[in-house]
Design a protein around this ligand. Structure first.
Ligand code: PHE
Ligand code: NA
Length: 447
């Protein structure tokens, strides 16, 4: 059976932007920035997006387009008779880890959407938003039911196939989400105490840079947010036709994704300080902050309804790209149908998601890594370790295994003025930085 292709380059752009823009920009960006001191984190994050993220994004998409295969098959094709393909399993593993918690958090977002439909979050519930959210996520089966709903939606889109399912899902809601975030940012800036939030986000506390954990946190956030290192962008690239040019597309994806992250920081942090919420509240942060903003806003109930609807759709366009990674691989490797593969993979992820969800209730004492709970542990391994390792492998393939002219040809950079610069980054800067950040995080460099 012939592999599917995107209808148009715009179709690829929308799907890839849909993959990039999601909970990572709003939910994950806010709490990781909040945990890591705000300004200094933002600065590092932006540096990593520019220095490592966008150049590697181009490399990753180009691998997929050149090989026309999944995250493992592409390495097998381009570097045959080498063990390179084994690094593709980092991508498969991170897809399972990430989607199992992504679906839980997206389930929370659907629950919020529902509470704006029926009006119960228009004004603060008796326990306050923080209390109501805490009760909800610690409930045993309720959040699991919402996770299941989200997983089912994800599976249905993936099993309908690349063009019909994924390409069609994004056209209206990304622009809508952008407009809503801008409106929310303006409103959030008008709150009393907003300036403190802006100071937190935009004034780096330089002393924070002496902590090794902030580097790995910023690196992980750059990879997570750009959908980088897992093979999602590689797989999407493999559905591209050869004539579509890559550099402008990947730059556009990087800019768009960064815009969404910065603008949601401008929404969240003024409100965090205005409402006296702890910026290091962790994963619940935006779920406590956002309803407080909507409650103060004119027509806030309506805005909240639209916002969470758009957030759920943005999450869906990301989750389908994650499920597509193991689906594309196992379909080819085992010769299964798209239907069977996506249902099976999605179900396994859902079962893992049950553990994540229980981690906020009956299993809240379970801390697999240090003092990190189940979600944070899975996220740490996947986002901070596996994704950068996947990206490192791709950088080495394109930077060292390919000749320079092969690399430039694969990325459509042959006649570009930035060709030499890009190649230098992919060959030296990005790999070295990733290795240094890893060593630094393990404490090997501090001695
Ligand atoms: N980039 C997505 C987001 O920001 C999440 C994602 C990670 C998607 C890895 C694909 C691969 O929400
Ligand atoms: Na993102």
């Amino acid at each position: 059976m012939a592999r599917e292709k995107w209808g148009t380059k715009l179709g690829f752009m929308l799907a890839a932007m849909g993959s990039a823009v999601g909970l990572g920009n709003i939910w994950r960006f806010s709490f990781v920035a909040g945990n890591n001191g705000g300004g200094a984190f933002l600065l590092l994050y932006l540096c990593f997006v520019i220095l490592i993220g966008v150049p590697l994004l181009l490399a990753e998409v180009s691998i997929g387009r050149k090989a026309e295969s999944d995250v493992i098959g592409s390495f097998q094709k381009l570097a045959p008779k080498t063990p390179w393909y084994l690094t593709g399993f980092f991508g498969i593993a991170s897809a399972f880890l990430i989607l199992s918690f992504y679906a839980v958090v997206a389930g929370w977002a659907i629950y919020y959407f529902w509470n704006y439909i029926n009006g119960s979050f228009f004004t603060s519930p008796a326990a306050g938003y923080e209390g109501a959210f805490g009760q909800f996520i610690s409930h045993t089966w309720q959040p699991i039911a919402w996770t299941a709903l989200f997983m089912i939606l994800t599976i249905v889109i993936v099993l309908s196939g690349v063009k019909k399912g994924i390409e069609a899902a994004n056209r209206i809601f990304m622009p809508l989400l952008a407009v809503l975030l801008i409106v929310l940012a303006i409103f959030s800036l008008s709150l009393d105490g907003a300036s403190e939030g802006l100071k937190f986000l935009f004034t780096p506390d330089w002393s924070a840079l002496s902590q090794p954990s902030i580097y790995i946190a910023a690196l992980g956030q750059a990879f997570f947010s750009l959908s980088l290192g897992m093979g999602a962008m590689l797989t999407y690239g493999s559905y591209l036709k050869k004539e579509n040019k890559l550099p402008s597309a990947t730059l556009g994806i990087g800019l768009m994704d960064t815009f969404f992250a910065v603008i949601s920081g401008i929404v969240i942090f003024p409100a965090v300080f205005a409402f006296g919420i702890d910026p290091s509240s962790g994963p619940p942060l935006v779920f406590i902050t956002l309803p407080s903003i909507f409650e103060q806003m004119p027509f806030g109930g309506f805005v909240g309804l639209i916002f969470f609807f758009a957030l759920v759709l943005a999450s869906l366009s990301s989750s389908v790209s994650i499920l597509e990674v193991p689906t594309a691989y196992f379909m080819r490797a085992l010769g299964w149908s798209r239907f069977k593969t996506s249902v099976l993979m999605g179900s396994i992820m859902f079962v893992m998601g049950i553990a994540v969800s229980l981690g906020f209730g009956v299993w809240s004492g379970v801390t697999p890594i240090g003092d990190l709970g189940i979600l944070d542990s899975m996220d740490y391994i996947a986002s901070n370790i596996l994704l950068p390792l996947g990206g490192l492998s791709m950088a080495l393939l394109v930077g060292w295994f390919f000749t320079k002219s092969q690399a430039l040809e694969a990325t459509d950079l042959t006649d570009s003025p930035v060709a030499g610069f890009w190649h230098f980054i992919v060959k030296f800067v990005a790999p070295i930085l990733i290795v240094i950040i890893f060593l630094n995080a393990t404490g090997l460099l501090s001695a």
